[in-house]
Design a protein around this ligand. Structure first.
Ligand code: URA
Length: 200
């Protein structure tokens, strides 16, 4: 049986070769890379962002730009760093002009995320921002509990997955604190809760 690294590498290879992706031509035109994910594939916590930004597409690494600096600070706030968790995005290539991912983009890339979840088997899935929140809540039949991120950030929804009970925790996107620094304490509070749930 293949180990987690081999299974994740297979996803990387498939995405790299995904000429049928709605964002493949854009990737080639800009000479950038898809962003698959990084961190500890045995971690209990998986963070799911929206899609790579410019810096991420240039380097092939998730959250390595301004939002990533905020994410690092939030992890440090709870005594963790990015090596302790697994970080990925719903959409693996950068949408042009930083537009929101289209439903076509999401339909194309979500099956890769679904496979990453099955391989990593996180006990906590923390979504970063409203787009991955919506996808994950829909995937785990949580739409009856769905609301704006302003209302349900920091909530914990327990669901049954194919491998165990999983806690779904919707969080604000780290970029929220770039646009509005006064939100940082709120983001820190949500991360403290994540830390408590991780130690349960
Ligand atoms: N925003 C995201 O949602 N993901 C990244 O990787 C970077 C910025």
């Amino acid at each position: 049986m293949k180990n987690k690294d081999e299974l994740l590498k297979a996803i990387r290879d498939e995405v790299l070769d995904a000429k049928n992706s709605p964002l493949y031509a854009e990737r080639k035109k800009n000479k950038v890379f898809p962003v698959i994910g990084e961190g500890d594939c045995n971690s209990k916590i998986m963070f799911i962002g929206e899609a790579p930004g410019r810096k991420e597409a240039e380097s092939g690494r998730p959250f390595c730009g301004a939002s990533g600096k905020v994410l690092d600070k939030l992890l440090n706030h709870i005594g963790m760093n990015r090596k302790d968790v697994y970080i990925t995005n719903l959409v693996k290539d950068r949408p042009p002009e930083n537009r929101d991912p289209s439903s076509e983009d999401i339909d194309f890339y979500a099956p890769f995320l679904d496979r990453q979840i099955e391989i990593i088997q996180p006990k906590i899935i923390a979504t970063l921002g409203r787009i991955s929140m919506r996808y994950i809540m829909e995937k785990f039949n949580l739409l009856p509990k769905f609301d704006t991120i302003g209302k349900i950030h920091g909530s914990v929804f327990e669901v049954k997955s194919s491998y165990s009970i999983v806690k779904i925790v919707p969080l604000f996107h780290p970029a929220t604190a770039i646009y509005n620094a006064s939100k940082m304490p709120l983001l820190q509070k949500d991360f403290e809760l994540l830390s408590i749930r991780n130690n349960e």
